[in-house]
Design a protein around this ligand. Sequence first.
Ligand code: ATP
Length: 254
Amino acid sequence: MNEREFATIRVANVSVAFGGIAALTDVNMELRQREVFGLIGPNGAGKTTMVNVLSGFQRPTQGSVTLDGVEVGARGPHYAARIGVGRTFQAGRLFRDLTVGENLTIAAMGAGLGMGAARRRAGAILEWTGCSEMAERRCDSLSYGNERRIGIGRALALAPKFVLLDEPASGMNDAESDALMHMIASIPGEFGCGVLLIEHNMEVITGACSRIHVLDGGKSIAEGSPAEIMHNPDVRRAYLGDKAKAGATPVKAA
Ligand code: ATP
């Protein structure tokens, strides 16, 4: 790749079937390194299955996922991580008996940095998360919201080209979600890294994403800017209608 160009993940005609269940059917989308790309849809739409495909945990039944032409899932999740696809997990994955700083330093060393450089990178990431004062705290003492933020920091410490965030705001209150939205929106500029964001909180999605892709029952039903998605009749029928009734539909666009 030319240094002036940005990496791209291409999802081409991807289908995933679990026995008789079609979790994804012929999905096409493109993730670009310098943008936050949202993936939304009702429960069971196939969002987590897509994250698993993108991170090498699930082989597609049909189709391909490539990062600058290299098959992402060819050799499992470690290979996907090595070529630049990082992710967070709903259940954390921090070393709970180590400190926050140690967790981030270990991750940065995993990206090939020596101890000194890894510590500096960990410090810079901690500052970005707004958790600098927590460097010496053990991870098992973190609040839920802080654990989530440090989990994202840990994924970024590995210097990925793309990071996949699966419902990072779940369980957060409004203030925490808002802070998280600003953090996520700043990832491309701060880390030169693309983001795939799955989130049910539409304030977070529309505030952080430049493009949004909508799945329903494993199929793509729309893709566009936050404003286009919010006004798309198919999306409102399949997904946003209930949220609008519940008062959760924002009018703000990125
Ligand atoms: P949610 O918002 O509820 O997390 P989702 O959009 O992430 O949903 P998936 O978890 O990807 O949806 O599930 C898509 C479909 O595939 C569902 O019908 C689900 O039951 C099914 N599915 C997912 N994983 C498996 C599996 N390992 N075995 C069988 N079926 C599965």
